[in-house]
Ligand binder design. Structure first.
Ligand code: SAH
Ligand code: SF4
Ligand code: F3S
Length: 438
């Protein structure tokens, strides 16, 4: 059996794509997935272009791995968002790369591999394909009891800092029955938790066979009806695409987990406007208030960018104030990275590097403090934890996710991977909770 190693960078959509690539190549060429790239005949790097750091990491890891492989003959393929945005650059900077393909083109990998086998070299497939990749993919193979399903691709929002509309392409939604079928294929394999994915997942507007348009809330209601779905989540939402029904479903669907990832990016209206986000800070807070009224135990996660061009001390202070007012359970925060081809590159008033770094450190200090306090406030609660595997913290401990996405560690005897265990929380740590089986 030929061996495949896939290394994933970037977001959950890339992780989903990597899984589908493995499914596809198992069917087409009998590839078996291996954890160590040194054992592989085909190495796929599934890349992220969202910040400069991610891109640099790709080239350094690629170079290092190529060196370690020595003269072993391996096929190197680079897919994902760097491949899409800078396929030429990849082929130039890494002369040993055989194949470059975009995130909407990976269903063609079997054909591309056949062309390489016939002696063609250095192929690039990044043009928009006329067909949907999903039509060519095999049934997903589940690994574990939680699985993701992409329901929406691309983005039309063009936030001024963001490469995603360029790398993933225009926004489109998968059909309702196609999604329901994929969910059912996963639940018959034992999956009980479904994560619906999209770069802007609440822009979902797919149709069913009758042509009826479904928004995300209606789709969630349909997915909740698939037998075997015990837990349901979705990421990532955009504040300007929220609607009242997406708030109501948190009260209506017992399977829908109390977790909302709603990136805000900044607490200043002036900066939000420069970012092209299409909403004000007050709109954001109003959505969070409404959602918390429907679901008081809702965990709220967000993303921030600091040091955006034109961000003043007062703008940054407004971000800190927003954090204090909202109270986030989790947050990702980044220093602005000027990306080629985005509108923000041309904006005046760049924030000096060291000012951006200082602001990021201050914001993260506040977010970490808040997260710890909110984790500690969970002590005494009893939660169902879907166990992922051994905790890695201490021997004999297991780790999994509570419904609100918090990671929970607890001691347990036998192999509990994939089991739903009821756990009483005994401690809140900076990034997780600790508990005991209840
Ligand atoms: N589609 C999602 C996330 C897109 S990328 C959304 O709209 O929320 C994930 C996060 O990376 C963004 O939320 C943003 O916080 C960050 N990000 C994107 N582009 C960036 C850039 N140029 N510099 C710094 N952070 C960036
Ligand atoms: Fe990027 Fe904005 Fe689209 Fe998110 S909504 S993917 S940040 S352009
Ligand atoms: Fe990165 Fe592409 Fe995802 S740029 S964040 S891998 S959509």
């Amino acid at each position: 059996m030929p061996k495949l190693h896939v290394k994933t960078f970037g977001c959950q959509m890339n992780a989903y794509d990597s899984g589908r690539i493995a499914d596809l190549l198992a069917r087409s060429h009998g590839y078996e997935t291996v954890p160590d790239p040194l054992d592989a005949d085909l190495i796929v790097f599934n890349t992220c272009h969202v910040r400069e750091k991610a891109e640099e990491k790709l080239f350094s890891e690629l170079g290092r791995l190529h060196k370690r492989l020595g003269h072993r003959p391996v096929t190197f393929a680079v897919g994902g968002c760097v491949a899409q945005a800078e396929g030429e650059v990849v082929l130039r900077r890494a002369p040993y790369v055989d194949l470059v393909f975009g995130p909407q083109n990976y269903h063609r990998l079997p054909l591309l591999l056949d062309r390489l086998a016939r002696g063609e070299r250095r192929l690039r497939d990044t043009g928009p394909p006329p067909e949907s990749k999903f039509d060519d993919l095999p049934e997903p193979r589940a690994s574990g009891r939680a699985a993701a399903v992409t329901i929406q691709e691309g983005c039309n929002r063009f936030c001024t800092y963001c490469v995603v509309p360029a790398t993933r392409g225009p926004e489109w939604s998968r059909g309702v029955e196609e999604i329901l079928a994929e969910v059912a294929q996963l639940t018959v394999q034992g999956v009980i938790e479904i994560l619906l994915l999209g770069q802007n997942v609440n822009a979902y507007h797919g149709r069913d066979r009758q042509g009826v348009v479904h928004d995300l809330a209606l789709l969630l209601r349909r997915v909740a009806l698939v037998p075997g779905v015990e837990r349901l989540r979705f990421v990532t939402s955009h504040p300007a695409d929220m609607n009242r029904d997406l708030v109501e479903v948190f009260g209506d669907l017992p399977q829908l987990c109390p977790y909302l990832h709603l990136p805000v990016q900044s607490g200043s209206d002036a900066i939000l406007q420069r970012m092209g986000r299409g909403h004000r800070v007050a709109d954001y807070e109003a959505w969070i208030d409404q959602a918390r009224r429907v679901r008081p135990d809702l965990a709220v996660a967000t993303d921030f960018i600091v040091g955006f061009p034109g961000e003043s001390e007062a703008d940054f202070q407004a971000t800190l104030d927003l954090v204090e007012r909202v109270g986030f359970d989790h947050a990702y925060s980044f220093k602005f990275s000027a990306r080629p081809g985005t509108a923000a590159v041309a904006l005046p008033d760049p924030v000096p590097e060291e000012v951006g770094a200082r602001r990021l450190a201050r914001l993260q200090e506040l977010l970490n403090r808040q997260q710890l306090a909110r984790n500690q406030a969970r002590v005494g609660t009893v939660v169902p934890v879907l166990v992922e595997g051994p905790s890695g913290h201490r021997p004999g401990e297991w780790a999994g996710r509570a419904p609100d996405m918090r990671r929970v560690h607890f001691p347990g005897p036998a192999n509990l991977a994939g089991v739903l265990v009821t756990v009483r929380i005994t401690a809140g740590l900076p990034n997780s909770l600790r508990g005991e089986p209840a």
